[in-house]
Ligand binder design. Sequence first.
Ligand SMILES: Nc1ncnc2c1ncn2[C@@H]1O[C@H](COP(=O)(O)OP(=O)(O)OP(=O)(O)O)[C@@H](O)[C@H]1O
Ligand SMILES: [Mg+2]
Length: 378
Amino acid sequence: MIGAVDSTAVDSTVGRDRGVALRESGLTINRACKVFRSAEGKEVRAIDDVSLAICRGEFFVMLGPSGCGKTTLLRSIAGLETLDAGEIYLDDRKIDDLPPYERPVNTVFQSYALFPHMTVEQNVAFGLEMERKPKKEIRKTVSDMLDLVHLGDIASRRPDQLSGGQQQRVALARALAKSPQVLLLDESLSALDFKLRRQMQVELKRIQRETGVTFVFVTHDQEEALSMADRIAVFSNGRPEQVGTPEQIYNEPVNRFVADFIGDINFIEGRKGRGDCVVLEESTFPIAQDLSGLAEGDRVCVAVRPEHIALSAPGGEGIQGTVTWLTFMGAHISCSVLLSDGTTVMARLTPSSVDVPLSPNAPVTVVIGAERMRVVER
Ligand SMILES: Nc1ncnc2c1ncn2[C@@H]1O[C@H](COP(=O)(O)OP(=O)(O)OP(=O)(O)O)[C@@H](O)[C@H]1O
Ligand SMILES: [Mg+2]
């Protein structure tokens, strides 16, 4: 239940079975549900009991595959969808029953939705004019916003005279002009080509830092999420599987879905050994993770990133295997190794992680550091 402020709620991994505590500042989503009925009459749980505490001033990213409910949750925060259950609070104010225009929230859509017949300046001023703000104040805000997004010198152009990146900046300036407490961005960069997208990622981070506005950014691009977020929520089937910093999500995925969705990863089946150890093939590995919830002999799945695998001479301490192929990739060598139980692992090797001549069919020892192995839910 919503109650007193609880700082642990910020890092609570997943609010699956319970809500999260209301934070004194920030956006709190408590046990939100939204069910759609498909054309065939089937129920779709687009948001399935979601609880999240997003801090004020945070760059928060919702990441997940297509159809996992990201847009529906964003639209619910904006007031464009009505929740079937649950509440949304901004600071300690309940906002889920307010109409969209009364929520201190603004949205930037993928399509930008600029007015084609208006100049850049007029587009940015539009919302403020609707609110009948004084002319002088509007001029000052528009000028500040155009400076913020570095568009001051093309203020009199129309949208069709702008590049995709410039249109994106106008949409941002327009959304920020109304001083929202929270800015929602739904796949806002996905219409841009690769290089422009990378530039806009840096720009967005700068703008968010300069304004201090809470950004809730939706993407299905994991690299984008890792590079931009203060914290990420990884969604699947209408609920967050894990919430954490990019480092936590990458290095300490809680389950197979999160591990697999973020970056390349190997899964090696084994058993729990004595204490915080896993037994893979015949070898026992200590592991930097509390495994007290498991019994000795329980089957475990160990996740290892390709860059955390090293290869050394056969017969050494580690898992024995045979190289099946290798490819020179410039900065690294990509190599696959067949283990005796039939599992194939991928390694991304640099000169410092190989001390054995490599060729197809060469026997090797696969070496993995204790802190690099992660037992994940199967
Ligand atoms: N108006 C609607 N009527 C029926 N089903 C809907 C409606 N809107 C969304 N859904 C369904 O709800 C689920 C979540 O959709 P949503 O658009 O939130 O996903 P998403 O994570 O934003 O996906 P994408 O990455 O493709 O944009 C999907 O199964 C979708 O088909
Ligand atoms: Mg979407």
